[in-house]
Structure formats: C-alpha cells, structure tokens
Write a protein that binds this ligand. Structure first.
Ligand code: FAD
Length: 422
C-alpha cells in the first residue's frame, strides 16, 4: 500500500471513530466507583453496581484475601460448626468484572476524590462507598486494650478471635465460671451477645454441666429479650444468669491478667472471659471525615451519601441507619439500595425513597431458633420502622416451630452468602 492510501485510511478511521458513538465503558472511561470493604455491605454493593450499570468501573478494596463471616460464628465458638464454613473468597465477585484490590485503605482525600492504600497506591473515584464494618474502641472500657483481647477475647470480628474463645472453653475444667460482658447500644448485632450466651450455655450443659455462665450487661433491655429469657428458663435453668444494668451488670473495668470483670458492686473472676466491647465505625470512616462524634457515620437515608462529605456513601455497620440494626441482612439490604442510588446519581437521575428490610435469626440451641423482622423507610431524615410491618417470633409456640426457625436460620445464611460471594 502506498503512503497516500495508508494516510487516507488512517484519516478515515480517525473520522469514523469520532462520529460513531462508542460506549464509554468500552473506552475504559465509564464512571469510577471505589468500594472499600468486601463484607456483606461492600461485596453486595460492588456486585449490585455492576448489575445496575455495566459501564460503571467498580474497584473493591479489601484487606483480606478471604472473608470470615460473623453470623453463625457463635456456633463455631460452641463447637457446633467449623470456621471454614464461615469463609468465602472473592473469585465470583471478580468474575462480575469487578477489580479486586487487595490492601487496606488508609486515607481519603474528598477534594481530590482519591483513596490512598497502605502501600501508597492511589485510586481516584467519581463516587466512593465505604463499607468497613466496625472497629473496637480500645480503651473505652478501662483495661480492655488490644493485648487484653488475647486473654479476654471479644470474638466480635470473626476469625482467630472466634477460635481463641472456643479453645478457652474447651480447655476449661468442668465447674468453671464463664463471663460475657455486653455493651451499651449501639453495637454490631444487637441479639449477638444473647445468642452467644445461649450457645455457650448449650455447650456447658452438654459437655461441662457443673459450670456456670454469667452475662453482665450495660443495658436493661435487649433484642428479642422475652423470647431469649423464656428459652433460658426452659433450657438452661440455674446455668445461665443475666445481670442487667439496674442490678449492677455494668462493667466499669477489666483486668486481663486475672480475667476479672469489675462492676459498681462486685468483682467477677472468670475461667473464660468474653468481652463484647464498645465499638465504632471501621477506622477509615474517621480518616475520610465521615464519622461524627459518636464514632458512627450519619447518612442520607435515601442514597446513603454521607451527611459530612459529598460523593462518599457509607453502608453496613459503619452507618447510622436509624431503626435498622447493625446486621448482615441490613448491610446487604442497604448495599442494594445504595448501589441503585449511586448508579442513578451517576446517570444524573434522582433516586426515589427506598424501603429496606431486615430479619435476624438467633439460635438459642442448635434446634431452637427465634427471629425478629422489620421494614424501614426514610422518615424525617432517618430510617424509621414502617408501622405495622415486621415483628418477632410468637412467644407461645411449640418446639416444632422453634426447630423450623433453626432450619430457616441456616437457610438464610446459605442464601445470603451465596448471593454475596457465590
Ligand atoms: C457473633 C456475631 C453474630 C452475628 N450474627 C448475625 C446474624 O445471625 N445475622 C445477621 O444479619 N448479622 C449477624 N451479625 C452481624 C454481621 O456480622 C454484621 O452486621 C455484618 O458483618 C456487617 O457487614 P459490613 O459489610 O458492614 O461489615 P463486615 O462484614 O465486617 O465487612 C467489612 C469488611 O471491610 C474490610 N475493611 C475494613 N476496613 C478496611 C479498609 N480500611 N481497607 C480495606 N478493607 C477494609 C474488612 O476486612 C471486612 O472484610 C453477627 C455479628 C456477630 C459479631
């Protein structure tokens, strides 16, 4: 081909490229959304964004190669289940065309719209979704710092801590005292400490029946309380004792070396000590300037956009979601709502007010389940209960109903983890 014909062809190709509309995504120029945190909230949101609009380039930043789920981790502690049943990889998430970046986000520059990772890498975004879950407020309970967790595990972030608490229970002599301390609201999984108390009581009843379990609580009321207490009276009489705030249950300090809990009125030295400590949003929320003085993140209930920083959305446990509890179900529900809103905002549309749902199952014994469900909608700038929707398991029910709810609980876990990770 001579030079003039080649030039003519080149010019023609350049002209047609300018005239034929090429999808922005094919050019790699679709809007960029970075999601920090690949848990129930973040992984769901990343996938829902790609499904909402495949032109959106989604990057998911996650610190760990494998996700370890908290729901059902109380069953691992009680020896009813093994940790690998809680673990999930990101292969299927990546197969949706999501870029998985393994690393820890350490800083956010809202003006430059950039996230910095621990290794110095910098990711720019059009919209950022933060889904970092919780961090422990080390030192908020005097004596409970990071080294103390090796003696008195929290097991409130599943993984090594879950196994540590299980091993301590297994090593305990029959006749030992197990103590769990539960924090004031708000915290991850409101029924979680009571499910844990139930399943540890089940372990003690079946394996170490001379032992005792004490729950020291910073509150006078808790989720599904009447159902839990009725079940405890039936299943664990004389074994499990719950001490509310008004009866001196509030723990004011701990001594990790002796596994001692100090309250206003007493000291309890445990053979096995489980501290469910005060919590806050995962620390990147603070670094991004989206956490308020409570340590949690105020959000717009329609879009989950931060009330403190534009173009940054916060979902899952880290968010202040009004009446919605901090649960995996809620995180998944919020993530889908947020993804739809982000896709619409990027397309220049206005998201409509959503309705969100939550159901939390708890096991009181392996074959005894109870649940609470709710429906939520934006009301006066917050997520509030939809009146008349939701409810709890019946207080009077045959054991067959409780057994059926235990089966439903497992089915829920299989379904949600399949949706998020498979
Ligand atoms: C004992 C227990 C039992 C529970 N049982 C239930 C239940 O039965 N049902 C239910 O619905 N909920 C349950 N929950 C609550 C549930 O686990 C949480 O509400 C849920 O995990 C919240 O999801 P999330 O995505 O906000 O946070 P997570 O699931 O914790 O995910 C956060 C992710 O972000 C990553 N991350 C954090 N910071 C960074 C960063 N800076 N850079 C990169 N990655 C980062 C973390 O590694 C993690 O993978 C339970 C919790 C506990 C502790």
């Amino acid at each position: 081909m001579n030079a003039s014909r080649r030039d003519f062809l080149k010019a023609g190709l350049a002209a047609s490229a300018a005239l034929v509309p090429v999808p922005a995504f094919a050019q790699g120029a679709g809007p960029r959304v970075v999601v920090v945190g690949g848990g129930f909230a973040g992984a769901t949101c990343a996938r829902a964004l790609r499904h909402a609009d495949p032109r959106i380039a989604v990057t998911l930043v996650e610190a760990n190669p494998t996700f370890t789920a908290c729901p059902f981790s109380n069953a691992v502690i009680a020896g009813l289940r093994e940790l690998p049943a809680q673990q999930f990889t990101y292969e299927r998430v990546a197969a949706d065309g999501i870029t998985i970046t393994r690393g820890t986000a350490t800083a956010v520059d809202p003006q430059a719209r950039a996230v910095t990772l621990a290794d110095g890498a910098r990711l720019t975004y059009d919209r950022l979704v933060l889904a970092p879950g919780i961090d422990i407020r080390w030192g908020a309970l005097p004596g409970y710092d990071q080294p103390a967790a090796a003696q008195m595990p929290h097991a409130w972030q599943a993984g090594e801590q879950t196994l540590l608490l299980r091993r301590q229970l297994e090593a305990m002599d029959d006749g030992g005292l197990v103590v769990i301390s539960a924090p004031a609201n708000p915290f991850r999984c409101p029924p979680g400490p009571y499910e844990r108390a139930s399943l540890i009581a089940h372990y003690l009843k079946t394996k170490k029946p001379k032992s005792k379990l004490l729950v020291l609580d910073a509150k006078d009321a808790f989720s599904k309380q009447r159902l839990f207490q009725a079940a405890w009276a039936e299943l664990y009489p004389g074994l499990l004792e719950w001490v509310p705030l008004s009866k001196g249950g509030n723990v004011t300090s701990v001594d990790a070396a002796t596994r001692t809990f100090v309250t206003d009125f007493a000291r309890h030295t445990a053979a096995v000590a489980n501290v469910v400590p005060p919590q806050k949003a995962g620390r990147i929320a603070d670094a991004a300037g989206v956490a308020d003085r409570t340590g949690w993140c105020p959000i717009d209930p329609v879009t989950f956009e931060s009330k403190l920083q534009p173009r940054i959305h916060v979902i899952g446990d880290a968010a202040i979601a009004g009446a919605m509890p901090k649960s995996a179900f809620a995180a998944n529900s919020q993530a889908k709502t947020c993804a739809a809103a982000v896709a619409q905002l990027l397309a220049g549309a206005t998201p409509a007010p959503p309705k969100l749902i939550n159901t939390c199952y708890s096991l009181v014994a392996p074959d005894y389940g109870i649940s609470v469900a709710g429906v939520y909608q934006p009301t006066n700038g917050q997520l509030a209960d939809v009146p008349g929707a939701g409810g709890v398991s019946p207080s009077e029910a045959p054991r067959a109903t409780r057994a059926a709810e235990a089966v439903l609980a497992e089915a829920w876990f299989r379904t949600i983890t399949a949706e998020v990770f498979a």
